[in-house]
Design a protein around this ligand. Structure first.
Ligand SMILES: NC(=O)c1ccc[n+]([C@@H]2O[C@H](COP(=O)([O-])OP(=O)(O)OC[C@H]3O[C@@H](n4cnc5c(N)ncnc54)[C@H](OP(=O)(O)O)[C@@H]3O)[C@@H](O)[C@H]2O)c1
Length: 268
């Protein structure tokens, strides 16, 4: 078994994005990447790029050390039961991207001794800009660096305790939708101030890239960057204070907390 071989079981939105990201990053060769789904028609593009595309999960598991589980939550149990006879805790590492399924739930099917990783990426994985939170069990922590190396090809990674996975689902995966809504609001405001829709969106997108780029480059806090653009009695502070009077920060935080509470209720 080639130690670099990666199996992606479940070639849907996320599975395909991961495959494309790993290939284009250059860290993995096409012959290292194996992707499955029951109906492989939509994976022809990956096949043409040299990846192994198949419906045969068992054959793929035999060849790959890293086994990424990318199916829907209700499809996981069947998949794990199907590959279980071919899994070996000394040879394989299971990495799940599946929302809401605990490590304990997975080891209850494949065995307590199995190295299992839970990951929470977001849809920006398609452009290698995912924020991926990773949680490990006692066995998988031994290969932490190697797992991070896989997801670092697809953006940034952060290792967290598993109990923070629901919070990661909100801030990291749903976060894409929350930040999109922020950009949409900026665009709508821009149109009201006189820009046409296309220009307003272009400006809002570049400004949000610039804002996050500044935080990264300066390793600074948002308030430090805000101080640089606010002058006493100026237009920026007037706008900021009005946003806060209208409840901007509390509304955003309440949205995150409501989303988190929904996950907790769904678990019950
Ligand atoms: N989208 C996000 O932002 C996001 C973020 C974090 C985590 N997630 C999680 O990622 C997982 C996948 O999401 P997605 O959006 O990629 O879903 P998706 O597009 O529905 O992909 C799931 C894929 O699994 C395949 N599949 C089902 N059973 C299979 C089996 N036994 N063997 C092989 N392939 C099988 C399905 O294809 P066939 O029916 O043809 O087999 C389908 O292509 C979900 O569990 C989700 O919770 C998603």
């Amino acid at each position: 078994m080639n130690q670099d071989n990666v199996a992606i079981l479940g070639g849907g939105n996320l599975g395909v994005a991961i495959a494309e990201g790993l290939l284009s990053n250059g860290r993995y060769e096409a012959h290292n990447l194996f992707i499955t789904r029951r109906n492989t028609k939509t994976l022809q593009g990956l096949k043409e790029k040299g990846l192994t595309v198949t419906s045969d999960n068992k054959e793929v598991v035999k060849l790959c050390k890293w086994v990424l589980l990318c199916v829907q939550p209700n499809q996981l149990e069947d998949l794990l039961n199907e590959i279980k006879p071919y899994l070996d805790p000394e040879r394989h590492i299971l990495i799940s991207v599946i929302t809401g399924v605990s490590i304990q739930r997975m080891t209850s099917i494949v065995g307590d001794s199995f190295p299992v990783v839970r990951s929470m990426p977001n849809t920006a994985i398609a452009i290698h800009q995912s924020m991926t939170c990773l949680a490990f069990n006692e066995k998988s922590i031994e290969v932490k660096e190697s797992v991070q190396e896989i997801f670092d090809c697809l953006g940034s990674t952060l290792v967290i305790e598993e109990e923070l996975m629901a919070a990661a689902t909100v801030l990291c995966a749903s976060g894409i939708a929350f930040f999109m809504r922020f950009i949409r609001a900026a665009t709508q405001g821009g149109i009201q101030l006189g820009f046409d829709a296309e220009d307003a969106l272009k400006i809002a997108v570049q400004v949000s890239k610039g804002a996050s780029g500044l935080l990264e480059a300066h390793n600074s806090h948002p308030e430090q960057e805000i101080d640089r653009v606010t002058t006493p009695r100026g237009c920026t502070i007037a706008g900021l204070n009005e946003m806060e009077h209208q409840g901007f920060s509390p509304a955003f935080i309440k949205g995150l907390v409501t989303s988190y509470e929904r996950i907790q209720n769904m678990k019950k």
